[in-house]
Design a protein around this ligand. Structure first.
Ligand SMILES: Cc1ncc(C[n+]2csc(CCOP(=O)(O)OP(=O)(O)O)c2C)c(N)n1
Ligand code: SF4
Ligand SMILES: [Mg+2]
Length: 303
């Protein structure tokens, strides 16, 4: 038998600069690692993520089995805003200025239980980035409604007629705090998210991101559709991408065409792919359309 040729090296399983490691505990189609990939592209290992109790705590895992090659601090549900403030100040006092502190919290951990510590950090204008990844319910504990669950959506605590209130708009609350930078983003538009993070890292003071993050498990859709559904939210005008700084709102590229309502896709295209909206009546769909219109009016007034 002749000598066998050495086998070609298999390609590396992941980009070596990528700090999001393969083999995490996320469900298929989970938006969380999609968001982290973008953080990784901007900050690499030079970030400290502060993560309150949520799906993200499970997806990142416990040391030394972390699925992120960056520093992670697991904190109590309500405290991301406060802990990230403390870490930021500690680094400043030690003269360490090449590490980005990022609070990475769910909608429950931000819009509900974490609101007080978030508001305090924003008011004190601590110099870090807060990212609310919004999967629009308490997913880790079994899909309970949050104040960021949208109108009409089924959850295990809004089982029959869906949620009867509209979403709490945390980005607007942050704008009202007068922080230096607020942005909305979507896991379907990584380049837009990337550019916003690059801008935010150069701004001193508190920076807030509201990241739309469709969850296949809680929203009841096929995991292969995460990016498609996130994109449809923008194309129907339901999710508006913008930045707010220096007292002015700047509509982001992907949302610009939809300033013209005739360019927007019908909201039904977004709703029909998700089991959580299965029981919507025509009246409720009309109410959602009114909300979209009202939101765009608000955007126009602040441009
Ligand atoms: C004080 C407190 N109350 C309740 C819980 C239980 N708990 C853990 S994660 C979670 C839901 C988190 O929801 P969200 O912040 O939206 O993140 P997601 O799981 O959706 O990613 C809850 C209620 C807790 N850990 N601490
Ligand atoms: S429930 Fe949703 S957000 Fe949580 S890990 Fe699964 S896909 Fe991700
Ligand atoms: Mg959530």
């Amino acid at each position: 038998m002749g000598e066998s040729k050495p086998r070609p090296r298999p390609p590396l399983p992941y980009n070596m600069r990528d700090v999001v490691l393969p083999g995490d505990a996320a469900c298929p189609g989970c938006p969380i690692p999609m968001g982290w990939k973008v953080l990784s592209a901007v900050f690499g290992e030079k970030m400290i993520l502060v993560i309150p109790a949520s799906c993200s705590s499970v997806v990142v895992g416990a040391y030394p089995g972390n699925s992120l090659k960056a520093s992670v601090v697991h904190v109590a549900f309500a405290s991301a805003g406060a802990v990230a403030s403390g870490i930021t100040e500690a680094l400043r006092r030690r003269g360490i200025n090449d590490v980005q502190v990022i609070a990475w919290a769910g909608d429950g951990g931000t819009a509900d239980i974490g609101m007080a510590s978030l508001s305090g950090a924003a008011e004190r204008n601590h110099d870090y980035i807060y990212i609310m990844y919004d999967n629009e319910a308490y997913m880790n504990t079994g899909i309970q409604r949050s104040s960021s669950t949208p109108y009409g959506a089924w959850t295990t605590t809004t089982p029959i007629i869906g949620k009867t209130e509209h979403k709490k708009d945390v980005a607007k609350i942050m704008i009202a705090h007068g922080v230096p930078y607020v942005a909305t983003a979507s896991v379907a538009y990584p380049h837009d998210f990337y550019a916003k993070l690059q801008r935010a890292r150069r701004i001193r003071g508190f920076k807030f991101f509201h990241l739309h993050a469709p969850c296949p498990v809680g929203w009841r859709f096929d995991p292969k559709y995460t990016a498609r559904i996130a994109r449809l939210a923008v194309e129907t005008g339901l999710w508006i991408l913008y930045e707010y700084y220096d007292g002015k709102l700047r509509l982001s590229g992907p949302s610009r065409p939809y300033l013209d309502p005739s360019k927007r896709k019908p909201v039904e295209e977004y709703l029909k792919l998700q089991g959580r909206f299965k029981r919507l009546t025509p009246e409720k769909i009309e109410e959602i359309k009114k909300y979209v219109k009202w939101n765009w009016e608000w955007v126009k007034r602040h441009m």
